[in-house]
Design a protein around this ligand. Structure first.
Ligand code: ASP
Ligand code: MG
Length: 436
């Protein structure tokens, strides 16, 4: 929600669905959370004037939005209300700059202003438009632990609070803040960046909603990254597992943890484009669509490590030794393939590589290949279609495939290729599996 017209558009979307008794979960105005973070950083360094000037620009944006779409008494009341909130905001920032200290707890208190401000505006506008709207304070609904900046929801307490305080009704619009919550003692917490989707999913689960909708700026989940392949199209339906696999490999439209509360109750999640509401978007559900390939993604900057040793033959405990080395180096391994006498695996983070290699050399001959890429094909029961492997490898043409891994989750097949050929591989596969 960037400005008054975008907020109005968000309201239009809710109005279209008023008969379904919606609860609307709003994030901060676009960019405001980042501005709050910069303001905190300035304050923490004691640069009160810089911090204050960022705060002024946030204030200016909210007031100009109010003036754009509110009139008369409602405008006056909202300005008064905003002034009160900004006064609190300013005194907290002042405190941080005096102490040159911003604890995670203070940081959450400050971060919460983005959503607290945006929802006041949208609620006032809803009333200006004559809607029967009610603004709920998410901190009274989303009860969390004390893990500030990435607080975890307490579903039992949330359910209780929601039953007491949130009463969706056909024809009425309930509005609340995404991203923020509070501890049992009422201290403000946040759920982590991008947490509004998570809030929506938590509240949807607590209300046992019929559907959770995530409105974003892209039309759902695409067959691949449209910046790489312009022919990419929206996938109409994916299962929760497929969506999880896609998020891990690059399609960061919805984070799997975000929809976990919906998954637990089997509530479908619809991902839609605010800019094109008439389009269907993507439906993520327990049962969704046909088996077969759904999407492709690519992850570059991959390093392949191979360890070969005849000592592996008939030996046990070899893999454990290898993984212990990665564990000690806190480096996560993405793909693994093994043969009788060798193991190949991929890593993304290479800070600890020299130490890892040194230890691996005690186990066998080590080769390192840098600048590789993982191409990931996501879809259920890929191997059930006997023509799938031939099609996939046929589409690779002369591109050398360094590793192949059929994910344990049975929803992905990954290929490792040189990063320099990754775009060609993606294009070949996309043309083959999603002919336009
Ligand atoms: N405003 C928060 C953020 O920018 C939460 C969200 O937008 O989902 O991370
Ligand atoms: Mg967001």
């Amino acid at each position: 929600m960037g400005d008054a017209s975008r907020m109005d558009r968000a309201l239009d979307l809710a109005v279209d669905q008023l008969h379904d008794a919606p609860l609307m979960v709003c994030s901060a105005m676009g960019g405001v959370t980042d501005q709050i973070i910069s303001s905190c950083q300035q304050a923490q360094e004691g640069n009160w004037e810089e911090a204050q000037s960022i705060l002024e620009s946030i204030k200016e944006r909210h007031f100009s939005c109010a003036q754009d779409f509110l009139k008369g008494d409602l405008l006056a009341a909202t300005e008064l209300d905003l002034n009160g909130v900004f006064a609190q905001f300013a005194s907290l920032i002042k405190g941080v700059s005096l102490l040159k200290d911003c604890s995670p707890r203070s940081f959450d208190a400050l971060l919460s202003f983005g959503e607290r401000l945006s929802t006041r505006l949208i609620h006032a506008r809803a009333r200006q438009r004559g809607l029967d709207s009610e603004l709920l304070d998410a901190r009274e609904l989303i009860k969390t632990d004390e893990n500030f900046n990435a607080a975890r929801p307490d579903m039992k307490e949330i359910k209780k609070a929601v039953q007491q305080k949130a009463h969706p009704e056909s024809g009425r619009l309930l509005i609340t803040q995404g991203f923020i919550g509070s501890t049992g003692d009422g201290v403000t917490t946040t759920l982590g960046r991008g947490g509004s989707d998570y809030s929506a999913s938590i509240l949807g689960a607590a209300l046992e909603a019929k559907e959770i909708q995530i409105w974003t700026d892209v039309n759902g989940i695409m067959t691949t990254d449209p910046r790489l392949i312009p022919e990419a199209t929206t996938i109409p339906e994916v299962t929760y597992d497929e969506a999880g696999e896609l998020a891990y490999f690059g399609a960061k439209v919805v984070h799997p943890a975000t929809i976990q509360p919906a998954v637990a109750l089997g509530i479908p999640v619809l991902v839609k484009d605010t800019g094109a509401p008439e389009k269907d978007g993507t439906r993520i559900a327990q049962e969704a669509g046909e088996p077969g390939i759904k999407a492709l993604s690519v992850k570059k900057g991959i390093t392949v490590l191979s360890i070969a040793s005849s000592r592996m033959l008939d030996a046990h405990g070899f893999l454990r030794k290898i993984f212990a080395i990665f564990d000690a180096a806190e480096t996560s391994v993405d793909l693994v393939t093994t043969s009788e006498v060798s193991v190949s695996l991929t890593i993304e983070r290479t800070e600890a590589l020299p130490g890892i290699v040194e230890h691996l050399e005690a186990l066998g001959d080590v080769t390192i290949e840098t600048d590789m890429a993982i191409i990931c094909m996501v879809g259920r029961q890929l191997w059930k279609d006997p023509s799938f492997p031939a099609k996939a490898f046929g589409a690779m043409g002369d591109i050398p495939v360094r590793m192949i891994s059929l994910g344990a989750s049975e929803v992905n097949l990954s290929l490792v290729v040189p990063a320099s050929r990754a775009d060609d591989a993606l294009k070949g596969l996309h043309t083959r599996f999603f002919p336009s």
